[in-house]
Design a protein around this ligand. Structure first.
Ligand code: AMP
Length: 405
């Protein structure tokens, strides 16, 4: 029998979806509803090459809200012969952003779980509210289909206490749950497994540092398959330099700018999350564009790339010390997978630490997992194509099987 899992990932104005056949691992349909609530909302849909219909379609439809978006997706799926009217759909997996300390594994969604996610809204207001809408709408659009929440924070619940606590009054942790949670957990988990699979070594014996470098960026130190430290914190603002987020900074900058520039808390929040990082330094947040600007002699763009790579290098050094023995470094997501410049710069001059990238392998094309270290490098360096949706689908299926067994 065929088992299908539908993965839903709701952003504030978008819905990403992907339908998997879990027995073959193939994608039966995927798509993205964009600009929800705006005048030019649309649904982009991708069907397998083998489909009788054109594999790539854009449907211009009015999508006033997420409820209409999911309803439209349901109608599109109904037209897909491989979906077979939903008779093989065994579950729906939801990407959920903040699981706090309550959720350390994928969880079957019921009213109590929805209530708990609602209680976590203060920790991630925009994300968790969008996730909740998705869960509630999907429950009514696909009645009787079990739904599972897969949290972005869950993978990092294995961090030791001394790594997740901040050195602030104890009461802030006890009363306000202020601690490091970390994000991109599904991606870090997936990439660590891919590295172990590729190297033919048990995940339990492997120490890996994963750099997820997309528009958001984070690092994770992974010992034997478990996350032991990660660069994002209470929110995704901490850590690496990102497209529009500052990453690490002296927290006193916040009160200095409040006092000296008269900025409000909301303005500071927006500045550090939306107008900082690469964009703050050079005016652009798309790494492709920035690399082109830098190549054309734009000094600010050059600086942005250097700062981006330097922060990665600092975390690489820190996490090497955390792990003690490092087996592999993996680069993933938009920038990590596609920018040899950033990878080379991040690992430059690290031969004394046993890390060296081969310039030819670094720029070569390859499969979804490839090694790029030079012959003399003690540490393996890999480029791994991440697949958060597939990982969510796998965790959803595993959760449903545990639940039934
Ligand atoms: P993601 O959030 O994973 O989709 O990654 C988005 C980031 O990846 C953006 O900064 C893109 O500019 C960057 N990116 C995608 N393709 C390339 C490429 N070929 N070279 C450099 N950066 C890229």
């Amino acid at each position: 029998t065929m088992r299908q899992i539908l993965v839903l990932n709701l952003g504030s104005s978008s819905i990403k979806y992907e339908l998997f056949d879990m027995d073959s691992g193939s994608v039966l349909e995927s798509g993205l509803a964009e600009r929800i609530g705006e005048s030019e909302s649309c649904l982009k849909r991708q069907l397998p090459q083998s489909s009788a219909n054109s594999p790539s379609q854009t449907i211009n439809a009015s999508i006033p809200d997420h409820r209409h978006g999911i309803e439209l997706i349901r109608r599109m799926l109904a037209e897909n012969e491989l979906f077979a009217g939903g008779e093989h759909l065994v579950g729906i997996g939801h990407r959920a952003v903040h699981g706090g300390e309550r959720f350390s594994s994928p969880t079957l969604i019921d009213d109590k779980v929805i209530e708990s996610i609602r209680e976590l809204v203060p920790l991630a207001p925009l994300h968790n509210l969008a996730n909740l809408v998705g869960m509630e709408v999907a429950r009514s659009a696909f009645p009787g289909v079990p739904q599972v929440a897969v949290f972005d924070t869950a993978y990092h619940q294995t961090l030791p206490r001394y790594a997740y606590r901040y050195a602030i009054p104890d009461d802030w942790y006890r009363r306000f749950q202020i601690r490091r949670y970390g994000f991109h957990g599904t991606s870090h988990a997936y990439v660590a497994k891919q590295v172990a699979g590729h190297l033919g070594r048990p995940l339990a014996d492997l120490n890996t540092i994963v750099f997820h470098l997309g528009n958001g960026a984070s690092a994770a130190a992974i010992r034997g398959g478990e996350s032991v430290d990660t660069s994002m914190g209470l929110t995704p603002l901490e850590g690496l330099v990102m497209g529009t987020r500052s990453g690490d900074l002296d927290p006193a900058i916040v009160f200095h700018m409040a006092k000296e520039a008269g900025m409000s808390m909301d303005q500071l929040d927006t500045s550090l999350n939306k107008q900082s990082g690469l964009k703050g330094i050079c005016g652009a947040n798309d790494m492709r564009e920035i690399l082109a600007m830098a190549a054309g002699g734009d000094e600010a763009a050059g600086l942005a790339v250097e700062m981006f790579a330097y922060r990665i290098k600092k975390y690489l050094g820190a996490y090497m010390a955390v792990l003690g023995r490092l087996d592999a470094v993996a680069f993933t997501a938009g920038i990590g997978e596609n920018s040899p410049e950033v990878r080379a710069l991040s690992c430059a001059d690290l031969e004394p630490l046993g890390i060296a990238i081969d310039p030819v392998l670094n720029t070569a094309d390859g499969g979804p997992v490839r090694e790029i270290q030079s012959a003399g490098s003690r540490v393996r360096v890999l480029v791994v194509k991440t697949d958060e949706e597939f990982e969510i689908a796998e965790q959803t299926l595993a959760c449903l099987q545990n639940d039934l067994g």
